[in-house]
Design a protein around this ligand. Structure first.
Ligand SMILES: O=C(O)CCC(=O)C(=O)O
Length: 210
């Protein structure tokens, strides 16, 4: 299995199957936690599991350019406008990595009970095989990766404050990721996953259900 902790500040390239790879940049950006937190209008969303509506175990916010609607767990999310800190981070990413991020899903993990189950960021309105950049701010949490159709993890990484993870090439097509619950006492963590929505596919009513 791939390594757990990132002790050095050197970027790492982790080669995966299917010509896919991760890039990890520890300490890519030092963002003041509280001002980032306060610049986002956090919402409690629900998800449907086996026909029951339950609260997601985290708060979240969908932010993006005006046309960037997103259907997630059968709910249409219209984008909230960019706050100054998020807009600055997006510009820095697009400049440095030559990307075209037009939206970001912000997640707030309030403590170790907040988590995200196994999934891929492969919704139909995302540009196929475009990289997803995930910036962690606040307390460290474990990011897990496995191939679709397998229960064995291919790796796990502790993502600390300021760490940027890029999931590139066909990672979303062939892999799933998760943020594990932890019994350790941990403080809050914000994760920002910058995405590229294919805006021609997002007129309200035209987005197919998953
Ligand atoms: O919190 C993380 O590091 C991952 C978030 C995530 O998987 C997502 O927003 O799709």
């Amino acid at each position: 299995m791939k390594q757990l902790s990132l002790s050095e500040d050197q970027p790492q390239r982790i080669a995966l199957n299917h010509e896919s790879y991760l890039l990890i940049y520890p300490n890519w950006l030092q963002v003041p936690y509280q001002s980032l937190h306060d610049s986002i209008a956090w919402q409690q969303h629900s998800i449907r599991i086996f026909g029951r509506e339950i609260n997601e175990p985290r708060l979240s916010a969908w932010i993006g350019d005006p046309q960037c609607s997103y259907r997630y767990s059968q709910q249409l999310r219209l984008p909230m406008p960019w706050s100054e800190p998020l807009s600055t981070i997006r510009e820095q990413l697009n400049r440095e990595f030559d990307t075209h991020f037009n939206s970001v899903l912000a997640n707030l993990y309030r403590d170790g009970n907040d988590a995200m189950g196994w999934h891929s960021d492969d919704e139909k309105e995302l540009v196929k095989d475009a990289s997803i950049a995930s910036l962690s701010v606040g307390c460290e949490r474990r990011f897990l990766l496995r191939e679709k159709g397998s229960k064995a993890k291919v790796g796990e990484w502790a993502l600390g404050h300021g760490t940027l993870l890029i999931m590139a090439a066909k990672t979303q097509q062939y892999y799933e990721h998760a943020i594990a619950r932890t019994k350790k006492v941990v403080g809050e963590r914000i994760n920002l996953t910058f995405r590229q929505i294919n805006i021609s596919s997002t007129e309200v009513g035209l987005i197919p259900d998953k």
